[in-house]
Ligand binder design. Structure first.
Ligand SMILES: Cc1cc2nc3c(=O)[nH]c(=O)nc-3n(C[C@H](O)[C@H](O)[C@H](O)COP(=O)(O)O)c2cc1C
Ligand code: SF4
Ligand code: SF4
Length: 301
């Protein structure tokens, strides 16, 4: 972002009729009516572009260095908002329920254009305080994905060696709290099993995917983890619409964050954190019916 461009909307006084719609909607209260025209009075604008979206006369725009619409290569987006009258809820639910975590992929590589479209769509996700403070790192080849899987495998071998030693578990308490003890109790056995099965060359971590997208960002901030999860779910949904499969890989998130070696190799800054890792590729599986879910607790007060 160019710091000399003030982060505020530009209002065309000739097009503005003073209807006040943008003013009533602005979540930061930075717009007021002056001489029957909307004007910006403060600099706390969070660039949400609600004012732009609601103006019936197209009187509001932003410097393109600050904000732009998504640029898709593999399809043409529609720029008019879709509302209830034109959207069938059953259709939406059908589509979203048909997305499944895909753990079998064909060897077919992914085009960079496809990945770029997925990321363009990812950043249309909501983010806390509209921070949009996310970064995307793409490993777009089977070799690169496999190399990362090997590094993570080595990380877990080292971790299991530590966690398997009761003396080290006890000594780690002042430094790591109960993290190593909990890992030993909850995950070590399944990781051990995965490591054994992977000895034959099977990629149990990334499921043989031809590409991996890593979403990282600051440790601090409004809601960086949630933001990245929303962005990654957007990727999952568009991928599904493009006939691709995805799977969130939580094991990779934790291991990358805990391994300085892997973080350095991936160029994750010291003050940054990986928030989501997901595989992408052409599914080598066809689901015949949508997902079932467990029973859940719902209460009304
Ligand atoms: C935050 C998160 C982390 C996940 N981590 C993994 C993982 O490491 N490996 C894996 O195979 N699946 C992983 N999954 C996929 C879940 O197992 C999957 O979403 C769940 O079983 C429901 O199945 P569905 O996505 O097909 O509806 C993860 C999902 C989420 C949301
Ligand atoms: S972009 Fe959002 S915060 Fe900024 S003036 Fe418009 S509505 Fe208000
Ligand atoms: S919504 Fe548009 S026309 Fe109405 S006050 Fe705001 S800028 Fe002016």
């Amino acid at each position: 972002m160019n710091s000399v461009v003030p982060p505020i909307p530009l209002i065309d006084p000739d097009a503005c009729t003073g209807c006040g719609r943008c003013i009533s909607l602005c979540p930061k209260g930075v717009l007021v009516l002056s001489e029957e025209r909307a004007v910006v009075t403060a600099e706390e604008c969070m660039l949400c572009a609600h004012c732009y979206a609601v103006c019936p006369h197209g009187a509001i725009r932003f410097n393109p260095e600050l904000l732009r619409g998504p640029i898709f290569t593999t399809f043409t987006p529609v720029e008019t908002p879709r509302v209830k009258d034109t959207t069938d809820p059953a259709d939406i639910v059908h589509f979203i329920r048909s997305r499944r975590s895909v753990r079998r992929y064909r060897d077919t590589p992914l085009e960079d254009d496809t990945i770029s479209d997925l990321v363009e769509f990812a950043v249309t996700a909501p983010s806390g305080s509209n921070r949009q403070d996310w970064r995307f790192l793409v490993l777009n080849s089977r070799e690169k994905v496999w190399d990362l899987a090997q590094e993570i495998r080595n990380f877990f071998i080292r971790l299991n060696r530590l966690a398997g030693n009761p003396f080290i578990r006890w000594c780690s308490l002042p430094f790591a709290g109960t993290a190593l003890i909990r890992y030993h109790r909850d995950h070590m056995a399944s990781v051990e099993k995965g490591l054994r099965e992977a000895e034959g060359g099977r990629d149990l971590l990334f499921h043989g995917a031809p590409a991996v997208i890593i979403i990282h960002g600051p440790r601090e901030g409004s809601t960086p983890v949630e933001d990245a999860q929303f962005a990654s779910y957007h990727i999952a949904l568009l991928a599904h619409a493009l006939g691709l499969g995805t799977c969130h890989i939580g094991y990779a998130v934790e291991s990358i964050n805990r391994s300085g070696r892997i973080r350095r190799r991936l160029g994750i800054p010291d003050n940054g954190r990986v928030h989501a890792v997901m595989t992408v590729g052409h599914p080598d599986i066809k689901f015949e019916r949508p997902a079932l879910r467990k029973h859940f607790d719902l209460r009304y007060l």
